[in-house]
Design a protein around this ligand. Structure first.
Ligand code: SAH
Length: 354
C-alpha cells in the first residue's frame, strides 16, 4: 500500500481526525487494499467500545404520508402512485409487543412528515410505549419540527431522534430538495435535538445525484463537529416514480469505505448497517458490520404495509414477518462472528467498555 495512504489511515485511527485536504485525498486515492486496512482499524476501534455486540432497532414505519417533496424520495408528496397508509396507535403498540417478544429493546418510529399526527398524538404514543415497555428506548424519526415540539417529545420520554442532514453542502442540499425546504432549518433542528439531550443521529446518502468528493468531505467534517451519537448512511438508490428515476445509485464500495472512516472519526458512535446497504448487495449489511458498523434495524412494520413504505426501488424485507427478519439478521450477524445484544444499546460516552 502507498505509505502515505497507510500513514493517513494510521493517524485517523490514532487521532480520530484529519484535515479536509487529507480526507479528500483519502477518499479520492482509495484502493481495495487501503479499504481492507481501514476496515481492520475500524473493527479494532469498534471492538474496544462494543466488543462483538450488534444492537437491534425495531423499525416501525407508521405513516407514508408526507407533506415534503424531497426529490430523491419515493414517498414524496408529488408521487401520486404511492399508496398511502397510516397505522393507528393500537397497531403501533402491537408492533412493539411483537418486537419486545423478539428481543427488541429499541423502537424506532419513522414516517413521512404527516401532519395527521399532531404533537399531542405523538406525545401520547411515546408515553404509552414508555408506560408499557419501560425498559425500552424510543427513537423518533419524523422529520423537521419546531423546537417546542421536540421539547415536548423529549419530555414525553423519547430518548433518541434520527434526522439525516442528507448533505452538509448547502448548494448540494438545494439540488436534492424543493425550494421551500431549507438547509438552515435542517441544521437548526439537529442543533435543537442535541441541546435537548436526545441521542441524536444525523447522516447522508452516499452517491446522491450531484454529490462530489468535496460534498463528502463536508459531510465528514460536519459529523465530526456535531458529535452525534448516531450516524446513518446508505447508498442513494433511485425510485422510479421520482425525478431522479434515471440517476445512478451510490456504490457499495464507497458506502463501506465511508462507514470505516466514520467509525474512526467518532470511535464510539452508533453506526447502522442500513437496509439500503442490504438492498444494493445481498451481503451489504454483513459487509457494513465488517467495515465498522454496529447496529442493524430490522423491520417491525405490519407486513401488509411494508411494500408501501418504498423510499427507493427494490427495498428488501418487504415480504417478511417481523420474526423472519429478526431471525434472518441473527443468522447473518452470527455468520461473521458477531452477535445480537438484547439491550437498549445506548451510546457509550468516552468510556471504553472492553
Ligand atoms: N421524514 C423523515 C424520515 C425520512 S426517510 C425525515 O425527514 O427524517 C429516512 C431516510 O431515507 C432519509 O433521511 C433519506 O436519507 C433516506 N432515503 C430517502 N430516499 C432515499 C433513496 N432514494 N435512496 C436512499 N435513501 C433514501
Amino acid at each position: 500500500m502507498n505509505p502515505e495512504v497507510k500513514e493517513r489511515i494510521d493517524r485517523l485511527a490514532r487521532e480520530h481526525r484529519l484535515t479536509a485536504a487529507e480526507l479528500k485525498a483519502l477518499i479520492d486515492s482509495r484502493t481495495e487494499e487501503a479499504a481492507e486496512y481501514l476496515f481492520e482499524k475500524a473493527r479494532e476501534v469498534r471492538r474496544q467500545y462494543y466488543g462483538t455486540d450488534v444492537y437491534l432497532r425495531g423499525l416501525i414505519e407508521f405513516t407514508n404520508y408526507c407533506k415534503n417533496n424531497c426529490i430523491y424520495c419515493g414517498i414524496r408528496r408529488s408521487n401520486a402512485r404511492a399508496q398511502r397508509y397510516r397505522l393507528t396507535q393500537k397497531q403501533i403498540l402491537d408492533c412493539c409487543e411483537t418486537g419486545y417478544g423478539l428481543g427488541f429493546r429499541t423502537f424506532v418510529l419513522q414516517g413521512g412528515e404527516d401532519p395527521y399526527y399532531s404533537d399531542d398524538a405523538i406525545v401520547q404514543i411515546v408515553s404509552e410505549i414508555k408506560h408499557r415497555f419501560p425498559d425500552c428506548a424510543i427513537t423518533l424519526s419524523i422529520g423537521e419540527k419546531s423546537t417546542e415540539s421536540y421539547r415536548r417529545f423529549r419530555e414525553a420520554g423519547a430518548d433518541r431522534y434520527l434526522l439525516r442532514h442528507e448533505t452538509a453542502d448547502e448548494a448540494h442540499y438545494s439540488k436534492l430538495h424543493p425550494p421551500e425546504m431549507s438547509f438552515q432549518n435542517r441544521m437548526r433542528c439537529l442543533r435543537d435535538l442535541k441541546a435537548l439531550g436526545f441521542q441524536t443521529g444525523c447522516g447522508f446518502m452516499v452517491g446522491s445525484p450531484f454529490q462530489t468528493t468535496d460534498c463528502l468531505v463536508e459531510d465528514l467534517l460536519f459529523v465530526k463537529e456535531l458529535q452525534p451519537e448516531m450516524v446513518g448512511i446508505g447508498p442513494f438508490i433511485p425510485h422510479s416514480d421520482t425525478p431522479f428515476a434515471e440517476k445512478a445509485a451510490g456504490t457499495l464500495e464507497l458506502a463501506l469505505f465511508l462507514l470505516g472512516v466514520i467509525r474512526l472519526l467518532l470511535p464510539s458512535v452508533l453506526l447502522p448497517a442500513t437496509t439500503a446497504l442490504g438492498t444494493i448487495h445481498p451481503q451489504g449489511r454483513e459487509l457494513g458490520i465488517l467495515a465498522g458498523a454496529n447496529v442493524v434495524m430490522p423491520n417491525l412494520s405490519p407486513r401488509d404495509v411494508r411494500k408501501k413504505y418504498m423510499l427507493y426501488d427494490n427495498k428488501i424485507c418487504t415480504g417478511d414477518e417481523a420474526a423472519e427478519c429478526r431471525m434472518c439478521l441473527q443468522r447473518r450477524i452470527e455468520s461473521i462472528g458477531y452477535h445480537i445484544a438484547v439491550s437498549r444499546g445506548d451510546f457509550i460516552r468516552g468510556r471504553k467498555a472492553v
